[in-house]
Design a protein. Sequence first.
Length: 503
Amino acid sequence: MTDPFGFLRTPRRSVPARPADERLGDWCEVHAGQSSLPLVSEQANRCMDCGIPFCHAGCPLGNLIPEWNAYAAHGDWRAASDRLHATNNFPEFTGRLCPAPCEDACVLAINADPVTIKNVEQAIADQAWAHGYTAPAPPARPSGRSVAVIGSGPAGLAAAQQLRRAGHDVVVFERADRIGGLLRYGIPAFKMEKSHLDRRVQQLRDEGTVFRTDADVGGRIDAAGLRATHDAVIVAVGATERRELPVPGRGLRGIHQAMDYLTEANRVAQGDLAAPGVNAEGRHVVIVGGGDTGSDCLGTALRQGARSVVQLDINPEPGPTRSAAQPWPLYPKVYRISHAHEEARSRDGADPRAFSSATVHFEGDAEGRVRALHLTAVEPAERRSLPGTERVIEAGLILLALGFTGPERACPLGEQLGLTRDERGNFARSADFAALGQPGRPPEGVFVAGDAGRGQSLVVWAIAEGRSVAAAADRYLTGRTTLHAPVRAQDGPLLRPPDGRAW
């Protein structure tokens, strides 16, 4: 067990990031080369080993956090890795990319600083790879059944690994030229270097999972034909239908969707392109959208040498502490600073975000290129523009990071499989992830997982859904399952009481 008085004796300390000016000169991870030991073991020793560990509820994977904290505290990395991988296929992804709602649900967070769970998780995963604790685990015997997984993001990869280890033949279809989905082309390397993704994909290959890239299911590959040649199909294509900003001037040159910009930057980093077609170098950049995608654009633009960067957020600036409406153990809306925000502040001395701001229209020059953005302050409750608050920001490049509204509508995959959509535009499904079709015509043997059914969400939810849909598909194929299923399709994060009322 951990030290019963560790949380009293040891203050919280996170693994330090590299200096901002240093990391702005490269595309390596912000923590690259920073030693996490013995700091992580000391921090793991702060875990109280609670009788009722609410960190389990804060994490949709149900990670056994107190158990692997105890092993990490004593430097038993093999045992820590075993407990961590018992509930999470890809902890090196979540340890780098997840916002760690488990930390806000830590019992210590009631009146003190929580355990640095995210740092501990990443350190365990990295130690597991360093010491060879991640050997492939192919099935002992084949089941004789086959599953097609459409999409190779975290949900698709987790489902594929679980089903393959259960003995099924698994083929993953990815329309891009490389495996990984948004992990590959949507997440910048300074947040997660692609070597972490590559070695997991190789692990899956060594276990017998088959990958097919440039495989556009719904386009060149008929989805109905795919269903006819496999015993089950899992749709994990993500939610990539981008929100638009229909304001005057949208058609001006120099206004781009954030994901197009990030994809191109990632291709440059991976050597596919010599230089990006859309480059922030020397430009005044405005990012419309205050979420993680906008933060990723911010870090990318700074590394490309942007002259200035402003990030617009329609939401009001959160306070520094929990509000009464969001008590522990909920994941609160508080003022948070990403590494990209920290980098911008180190360069310009101020937070790059403009809160409670809405775009009114774009202004162009004589050549049809954007040169400015007109915005207003907004009333927080109803997001209405406040008269007399309009101002102008100079802009040579505008990136729209407004989120997504479900799977792409132009793709005929849904129609070919007989899928329907829910009121939010996602593929409809039952509580056990079975796809829903027209009344009386359910698409037999088709399942939906990840953002395609949940909507835009976190990497930790995608992995949880991938594990759960694998259990559902395994039960469909064999009549029973022993696979871990941490969530149901309708489960959600800890945002409000279980009965749905406001606090």
